[in-house]
Design a protein around this ligand. Structure first.
Ligand code: SR1
Ligand code: MG
Length: 418
């Protein structure tokens, strides 16, 4: 099939010929299509049957450019091939948190999937101050269950290397290398500063050698540490949720990288929301304490539960296929020590990458609405300065935090819950 970019007008004709889609709609001549993509890269169409709106799907299609910039920024459509492969992996290991896939095509660079119409994008919901009681439990499961199976603790060397090869994703990795791990820390042309940002603010990030060394170390880890198959972009805009259920979407940045990058992406975004809600809760006419407390608790529970679940997966794997390596009288002590040291390493990476994910959203091209849509620029600047203060300590002192609670204590030191 030859690639063509779909439009709301051409979607119904395209869907008509797909057998798995024919089973969803009772009348394929009665479809209503709306383009709803609000992400930076792709186009997303919601399709529903007008007379039976519960018959519905979503189509996500990659176009050969970066949507946030336009056709002047070419970007290969092969990103959809990585998304399709990653969705298959996530479905295998964590189906309860992945939308159902009805059809995919690498030729057309698209996927037809479950319309999560009972759920909404988590970032938008959190901006409105909604609480998600199961979020930490669900995301920690998603992380532990999708990451552990692709580590060298679980796969054979041959299997792992073959899979790493299938996920060499240089173009999207370069977006992260540039926009998360390089450009915000220099006065780069792709950065965007609002009018209240001063030269002192910029220098705080862009002319601090200790900070720049620490970020460069994180970038090196991102580029070299092929620990597990990552989602690769697990911010809170890649999650759809309601009070009961949580779904992880958009894994087009998937590649084999450092585990802490995924865990840190989520936790860093929680801290961004924490700082934003010092202002946002007041905008909503509420006292900030309760909501911000929930955000910090979610960060703590996510890390603590992730750690437990990752370790439990590791122990279960060893019990299923005991290795002769630990088969000596004190072997279980050695195995426990190894788990502890590896999780310690992931924790340090999590803190370092969370910090980079926070900083890139302040001066980098792609911002987060939590902060960037605070209308009062002076209030926004104060939020941004708090983010920078925290992120700087995190990335530079990532090896000195002994627990996630020490990290949430730092968040409160910089901006008390109130
Ligand atoms: C040009 S930067 C675009 C960003 O959008 C995606 O969601 C990734 O976070 C990427 O860095
Ligand atoms: Mg995305």
């Amino acid at each position: 099939m030859e690639y063509r970019q779909l439009s709301p007008e051409t979607v119904p004709g395209f869907l008509k010929d797909i057998p798995s889609v024919q089973q969803i709609f009772s009348d394929l001549d009665d479809l209503e299509v709306e383009e709803v993509g609000d992400g930076n890269l792709n186009f997303v169409y919601k399709v529903r049957q007008q007379k039976n709106p519960e018959q519905t799907v979503v189509i996500k299609q990659a176009v050969p450019f970066l949507r946030i910039v336009g056709e002047s920024w070419p970007l290969s459509r092969t990103r959809m091939n990585f998304e399709i492969q990653a969705l298959e992996h996530h479905t295998k290991y964590c189906p309860q948190h992945v939308p159902k896939i009805y059809y995919s095509s690498t030729d057309m660079s698209l996927v037809v999937m479950q319309n999560l119409n009972q759920h909404a994008v988590l970032r938008g919901e959190m901006i409105q101050g909604k609480v998600f009681p199961n979020l930490a439990e669900h995301i920690s499961s998603f992380l532990a269950n999708t990451l552990f199976p692709t580590t060298d603790w679980c796969m054979t060397g041959g299997e792992k290397k073959a899979m790493v090869g299938r996920f060499i994703n240089p173009e999207l990795c370069k977006i992260t290398e540039d926009f998360v791990l390089t450009n915000p820390y220099e006065d780069h042309e792709t950065n965007a500063y609002h009018e209240e940002v001063t030269q002192v603010d910029k220098d705080y990030l862009q002319q601090d050698s200790q900070l720049k060394v620490a970020v460069a170390e994180m970038k090196y880890a991102f580029m070299n540490h092929s620990e597990a198959l990552l989602h690769g972009d697990l911010h809170i805009g890649s999650i759809m949720a309601n009070e009961e259920e949580t779904y992880v979407i958009d894994p087009e940045f998937a590649f084999f990288g450092p585990i802490g990058f995924d865990v840190g992406a989520f936790i860093g975004n929680l801290f961004l929301a924490y700082y934003a809600h010092e202002v946002r809760q007041k905008m909503l006419g509420r006292e900030p304490f309760e909501y911000r407390n929930w955000i910090l608790q979610t960060a703590e529970e996510t890390w603590n539960q992730f750690q437990e679940k990752f370790e439990a997966n590791w122990v279960a794997h060893e019990q299923d296929a005991p290795s002769s390596y630990w088969n000596y009288p004190e072997g279980q002590i050695g195995f426990a020590l190894q788990r502890q040291r590896f999780l310690r390493h992931i924790f340090e990476d999590t803190i370092g990458f969370a910090a980079c994910k926070m900083m890139r959203r302040i001066y980098g091209l792609a911002k987060v609405a939590d902060i960037a849509e605070i209308p009062d620029l002076k209030a926004r600047l104060e939020v941004e300065r708090n983010v920078m203060r925290m992120a700087k300590v995190m990335v530079q002192q990532r090896s000195s935090f002994r627990s996630i609670e020490e990290l949430t204590a730092l968040a409160q030191e910089i901006s008390p819950l109130r």
